[in-house]
Design a protein around this ligand. Structure first.
Ligand code: NAD
Length: 495
């Protein structure tokens, strides 16, 4: 199916190369891979198929740039980030266009992401000059203890396709603010958004070698291993699936690198019977169906207290019936395609599994092949139980499974019966329950009476197998800083 992609206002932001040492380059081998529009399979463009030899050049250029970049004034790094933020804000519409084109999400959501992505550069431009040290009263006579903060060094980042812009700036903003240099391995599905952002960084005056953006598809396993093991690299930060996170963590341990992992989730969304049901429906819709269900903090298990189950299910299904599924640029479309056929197959498999085990389809439950191969109808399932795949695996698609629960104790137990713990949500009007349940949930982030928790000012990250480390907020920069302790001895104090 054809659809019209708006022209970029600044066509020079569409780049089919990699950024290494300040220059846009191809792979030395000349190899490349194709990137396709998920809504119709059309070719968008090609990107260099980097191998380990190409990737090592990027690592060495970041290593060469580090000694001088770490010495730049924090105030100057702040100004660079601020200029970059402004350029991203000025090009927000082009960035949104690239996001929708290669990721598929509806253009309104893509605009939201473009603004969210830029906000990390603004935020960390403000944090850069505020990395304070300490002086500590020593327990040894004559000693003075001074603590300084230093950048960790060369960092490698591997990021996913579901937020082609924000997952990059959320790591690069704090890294550059701290004085680190960086190689980003961008996702093979969405490299062009990343390249536009990188070009704006160049225009903002980020020095050559400080920021390198590389692409690879067939070679991802060996390039990934190099990024996690190269001796010049001091820190690896990864956002993506728990399976790849585990692999990179093993690899990074060989040279004891600093690591932070933002991995998969399986968010519980709980509605107690004292909650404002309409508000809970709105929150559940926002949380569950953002990016057609392809965000790591999407509600994956929706638990409704049995007394309000039917009422909630009807209202929720009515809202889902209002969605318009289609290519993200089309007027009125609220929900775009999934990223590829594999994702559609997994979603359909979760639905089939639930149906054979007794779930009922209220809305959807089928592929929307008449729109395109990667489309799936937003789906609401009732009578969902813990025996079904959907209860223990991340669906990563537009399927809402509604579970019934009886008591607060039961639902907290069910919510915690997962080996991942990224986000959780609950709705209640009881303030004591707010504290009790929020404290009991085994997750890194809790939304109470809201389905939207992402905010540059809030720490983002998980517990259990959702990973560790926090992005955004005042904590985000700490991932890129190491502490140095200086002990000055023999200070006589006879004054
Ligand atoms: P993925 O793990 O398959 O891919 C993520 C990145 O890893 C991509 O750049 C990919 O090219 C790369 N990769 C794949 N195999 C690799 C290997 N062997 N070595 C090195 N790199 C490799 O995940 P995905 O399907 O792209 O993204 C979806 C997942 O990401 C979901 O599980 C979602 O929950 C998670 N996610 C988490 C967060 C978070 O902040 N916690 C945010 C967004 C997405």
């Amino acid at each position: 199916m054809g659809h019209t992609v708006p022209e970029l206002k600044d066509k020079s932001l569409f780049i089919e190369k990699c950024l290494v040492n300040g220059e846009w380059v191809l792979a030395d081998s000349g190899e490349f891979f194709e990137v396709r529009d998920p809504s119709n399979g059309d070719l968008i463009g090609t990107c260099p198929e980097f191998n380990t030899h190409d990737a090592e050049k990027a690592i060495l250029s970041a290593a060469a740039a580090f000694p001088s970049f770490r010495r730049t004034l924090a105030r100057d790094r702040a100004r660079m980030l601020r200029r970059w933020y402004q350029l991203m804000a000025d090009s927000a519409e082009d960035i949104a266009t690239l996001i929708t084109w290669e990721n598929g999400k509806a253009i309104a959501e893509a605009r939201g992401e473009a603004a969210f992505a830029a906000s990390f550069l603004e935020w960390f431009s403000e944090e850069a000059p505020r990395v304070y040290g300490d002086t500590i009263p020593s327990s040894v006579t004559g000693n003075r203890v001074i603590v300084t903060k230093e950048p960790v060094g060369v960092c490698t980042f591997v990021t996913p396709w579901n937020f082609p812009a924000a997952m990059i700036t959320r790591k690069v903003g704090p890294a550059l603010a701290a004085g680190c240099t960086v190689i980003v391995k961008t996702p093979a599905e969405t490299p062009f958004t990343a390249n536009a952002i990188a070009e704006l960084a160049r225009r903002a005056g980020i020095p050559n070698g400080v920021l390198n953006f590389i692409t690879t598809n067939r070679n991802v396993a060996v390039v990934g291993e190099l990024l996690a093991t190269h001796p010049a690299v001091r820190k690896v930060s990864f956002t993506g699936s728990t399976a790849v996170g585990r692999l990179l963590m093993r690899q990074a341990s060989s040279t004891v690198k600093r690591v932070s992992w933002e991995l998969g989730g399986n968010a519980p969304f709980i509605v107690f019977d004292d909650a404002d049901i309409d508000a809970a429906v709105t929150g559940a819709i926002l949380s569950k169906f953002r990016g057609s269900g392809q965000t790591c903090i999407c509600a994956n298990r929706i638990y409704i207290q049995s007394t309000i189950y039917n009422q909630f299910a009807q209202k929720f299904a009515d809202e889902v019936r209002k969605f318009k599924v289609g290519p993200g640029f089309e007027a009125g479309v609220t929900h775009g395609p999934l990223i590829h056929q594999r994702a559609v197959d997994k979603v359909h498999q979760h639905v089939q599994d639930a149906m054979t085990k007794g779930a009922t389809v209220l809305v959807g439950g089928e592929r929307a092949s008449e729109i395109g191969n990667n489309f799936y109808l937003p789906t609401v399932l009732t009578n969902v139980t813990s025996e079904m795949q959907i209860s223990c695996e991340e669906t990563f698609g537009p399927v809402a499974g509604l579970f019934a629960f009886q008591t607060e104790k039961d639902v907290v137990e069910q919510a915690n019966s997962s080996d991942v713990g990224l986000a959780a949500y609950f709705y209640t009007a009881d303030i004591k329950r707010v504290m009790r349940v929020a404290e009991a949930l085994e997750v890194g982030m809790v939304g109470v009476n809201t389905g939207l928790i992402s905010d540059v000012a809030s720490p983002f990250g998980g517990v259990k197998q959702s990973g560790f480390g926090r992005e955004g907020s005042k904590y985000g920069i700490e991932e890129f800083i190491q502490v140095k302790t200086m002990t000055l001895g023999g200070v006589q104090s006879h004054l």
